[in-house]
Design a protein around this ligand. Structure first.
Ligand code: CU
Length: 184
């Protein structure tokens, strides 16, 4: 009876450890809204792109590019991160065409998150996703922004695995001791 309870407690602790290592992965910030919004058709070229997230994203590693069908980037400067908002100014003279905002920011929990927001200026066809999505936005900047998030993810996973392993070892030890006590 006692042994069973020890094993049950061990399993419970292990389950909590596993949960603790999984929960942060689903708690990263979401894009709540954007201007322009996904699929929006603007009468004229926008001056800037703004993104609003569910929490304050990190002030490092934010990347936003605005591409046309030729792959040109219309962003005029580095993105500005203020609390939960990320904005980038755009170059003037964007012609009537389909565009794509490709954003990549580091969530407040350290995880990199990204997305694509298609929009059109004037009476143009939306940008073809198939052709554009095969090429990662590597021409904008190196993927160095993934670095701040990665070690934390690894550390959190390692801690979870470590706790689970320690609990397993303790349970094994207790079971072996209980077995020895029963024999003597
Ligand atoms: Cu996350």
């Amino acid at each position: 009876m006692h042994r069973l309870r020890v094993v049950a407690a061990g399993i419970a602790v292990a389950a909590v450890a596993v949960l603790a290592s999984v929960v942060p992965a689903s708690a990263h910030d979401d894009l709540l809204s954007s201007s322009p919004s996904a699929g929006e058709r603007l009468p004229s070229a926008p001056d800037e792109i703004s993104l609003r997230f569910s929490a304050d994203v990190m002030d490092v590693g934010a990347q936003v590019i605005v591409t046309d069908a030729e792959g040109a980037d219309w962003v005029a400067a580095d993105p500005a991160v203020v609390a939960d908002a990320v904005t980038v100014p755009l170059q003037g003279g964007m012609p009537v065409a389909g565009y794509e905002v490709r954003w990549h920011v580091v969530s407040s929990d350290g995880h990199p998150i990204s997305g694509v927001i298609p929009f059109t200026v004037g009476d143009a066809a939306p940008l073809e996703r198939a052709a554009a999505s095969t090429a990662p936005p590597s021409d904008a900047a190196p993927a160095s922004d993934a670095a701040p998030g990665l070690p934390r993810v690894v550390v959190i996973g390692a801690i979870g695995a470590g706790i689970a392993l320690a609990v397993f070892a303790v349970v094994l030890l207790l079971r072996r001791r209980a077995g020895r006590d029963a024999q003597s």
